[in-house]
Design a protein around this ligand. Structure first.
Ligand SMILES: *Cc1c(COP(=O)(O)O)cnc(C)c1O
Length: 373
């Protein structure tokens, strides 16, 4: 048996007719940049995320960047975020001209620990970027309280978490902004790169739209230095079709996760792996990734074994961002973020995509059990 980490083909086959029709409409119109399809998607996403407004952009990375640009940061401004995230979260802070400041994570959710955020606030802090990693919401209430107390903005990095909920609220609707990615491997993926920013008001969306188009307020009149961050109509057309199926895919991922939890009971009782857990607060976890911890220093050996047996698996992420070469100047040292550093040595993502089968999960379980036998 073969179990890929992700297989997008069944999803495409299930919607192929409708998707090709939507693409054909764009081709017939020969209007490829922004336009009616993008506006339609923006309205649908704002409704889906229960946010005031939404602006379609080129990628999740640019969604983060454009939200930071709209905050008009100055050199020396500090933004607090997690060192256990995809590079783009921190890359955007540096690209926007600010200084990333890391706060360690919670060992259960892998998300930023609000108590650690509080310790990192200085007079230079301007904002906080919590990341809803793997599809589970960060603990937003204490983060929003800190933001309110210190006059900070909050950008939710919801790139892995579209449709996830925190105490009944959709991610992207809690902070000042939500950044979403439609990279193909995200729960809602397009046919290339794409992204979106949610925000509370139409006025803020208007500002984001100006930044999205080189800071132009009117044609060739530039208020700010923005960039070309425009979502294209082909991607929007695909996304509008797929959005209708997103909840059924997220429900399938949740069922798959529940099945794994059953299958892994004995291995977890033996202490060799730890299955992903939901937070103590109320969440809707949408399992963009199903990430176990492998104990006893055996993670890399298990990964090699699973790869050999044609079970797809991956390490998100193998190196804490404070230890990346490009952030050397920030002065990060091994031991600065012990919870993150422990996670980087133990995490392993297993196949969880909606159409994966019970037989495949049984095979994954048997391979892991065989490894530890
Ligand atoms: C995917 C991702 C991004 C970047 O999204 P792109 O669309 O690939 O640019 C940012 N943050 C996190 C947490 C992500 O998973």
């Amino acid at each position: 048996m073969k179990v890929p980490l992700l297989d997008l083909c069944p999803q495409y086959q299930s919607l192929k007719g409708e998707i090709l029709e939507a693409i054909a409409e764009v081709c017939e119109s020969q209007r490829f940049i922004l336009g009616a399809k993008v506006e339609k998607l923006e309205a649908e996403l704002a409704a889906y995320c229960r946010s005031g407004a939404c602006v379609g952009v080129t990628s999740g990375s640019d969604a983060l960047l454009i939200a930071l640009m709209a905050e008009q940061l100055k050199p020396g401004d500090e933004i607090i975020t997690s060192p256990f995230t995809f590079f783009a979260t921190v890359g955007a802070i540096v690209r926007a001209g600010a200084k990333p400041v890391f706060a360690d994570i919670d060992p259960v959710t892998f998300n930023i620990d609000p108590a650690k955020v509080a310790e990192k606030i200085t007079p230079k802090t301007r904002g906080i970027i919590p990341v809803h990693l793997f599809g589970q919401a960060a603990d937003m209430d204490p983060i929003m309280s800190l933001a309110e107390k210190h006059g900070l903005f909050v950008i939710e990095d919801a790139c892995q978490a579209i449709g996830a909920e925190y105490k009944g609220r959709r991610v992207g609707s809690i902070g000042d902004y939500g950044a979403f990615s439609f990279f193909p491997s995200k729960n809602l993926g397009c046919f290339g790169d794409g992204g979106a920013v949610t925000c509370r008001t139409a006025e803020k969306a208007q500002l984001l739209k100006i930044y999205r188009n080189h800071g132009q307020s009117k044609t060739y009149i530039h208020e700010y230095v923005g960039g070309n961050f425009r979502l294209d109509a082909l991607q929007a057309a695909v996304l509008s079709v797929k959005l209708k199926a997103l909840d059924s895919w997220s429900a399938a991922r949740q069922r798959n996760a529940a099945e794994y939890a059953e299958l892994f009971k004995d291995l977890e009782a033996k202490g060799v792996i730890v299955t992903p857990k939901c937070a103590a607060y109320d969440v809707r976890h949408i399992y963009n990734q199903y990430v176990i911890r492998v104990k006893g220093g055996k993670r890399d050996a298990l990964k090699a074994c699973l790869t050999e047996k044609e079970v797809g698996c991956a390490i998100y992420y193998p190196l804490s961002l404070h230890l990346q070469n490009c952030f050397r100047d920030l002065g990060g040292k091994p031991g600065d973020f012990p919870v993150t550093e422990a996670a980087t040595a133990e995490v392993l993502a297993l196949p969880i995509y909606p159409e994966s089968t019970a037989e495949q999960r049984q095979y994954v379980r048997d391979c892991i059990a065989g490894f530890f036998a």
